[in-house]
Design a protein around this ligand. Sequence first.
Ligand code: GLU
Length: 281
Amino acid sequence: MSITTRFAPSPTGMLHLGHAFVALDAWQRARRAGGRFLLRVEDIDANRCRPDYTRALLEDLRWLGLDWDGAVRMQSAHLPEYRIALDRLQGERLLYPCFCTRADVARSVTAPHGPDGAVYPGTCRHLSPDERARRIESGAPFALRLDLAAACIRTGRLSFVEQGRGRVDCQPERFGDVVLSRRDAVGSYHLCVTHDDAAQGVTLVSRGTDLLAATDIHRVLQALMGWPEPEYVHLPLLTGPDGRRLSKRDGADSLRGMREAGRTPADVRVLMRDASNRVAP
Ligand code: GLU
């Protein structure tokens, strides 16, 4: 079977060595296997994403010597597709409107934090249909949350293949009722990333280990929607020589900063190798 990998950055800052490491890994896996490497720009969050970061990341990847197959997929150009997926889940009564603000959630949370932060206590899950209709009609902004308990009954126990590790059991319940449609954006990260991996025929998701836990929710969405199950490989997060995690805000660590300081793509590959050797196995 031919493989398809992807790199899916969010244009919220400049790419750094850690992004280059993930992008190069996905690119190499595809090229070595004669497969496809895709580039997707995850720009659904209009408040944080900026077109100049998109332009910069395309330039930085080309400078590094990476090429991709087909056109770049811009998530912001596909909003109706996410709406269709949401409508299907809503038709199956797996979503509910949530009127809580971030502050409401922070105030009402008693449960321990999950991988995405505060676990939603389910306040709006208990609203009556009349109350929901009344609030929606009044124009109150709302998000759509997944009723995770109902979803898990539907899917049964799930797992995924982590390359080099084998099958890993999922524990989606630790996320609680995740947001699939935000007040300010049709789709949330979890919905759009899973939708697009399926829509683009991605067979191997290679990304940072900070997203390992999110895979549990992604498997739930794949099972509910009947989307194919890709394999996964979660890569270590690179740190600087001082042991600090690299940050998108840190100009000196950015690929652009290195290039402007006279580093070549070959230098960047050496730095990446050194940084990945520093990571505990
Ligand atoms: N857009 C996400 C990020 O930049 C990555 C999504 C993924 O690889 O699954 O953190």
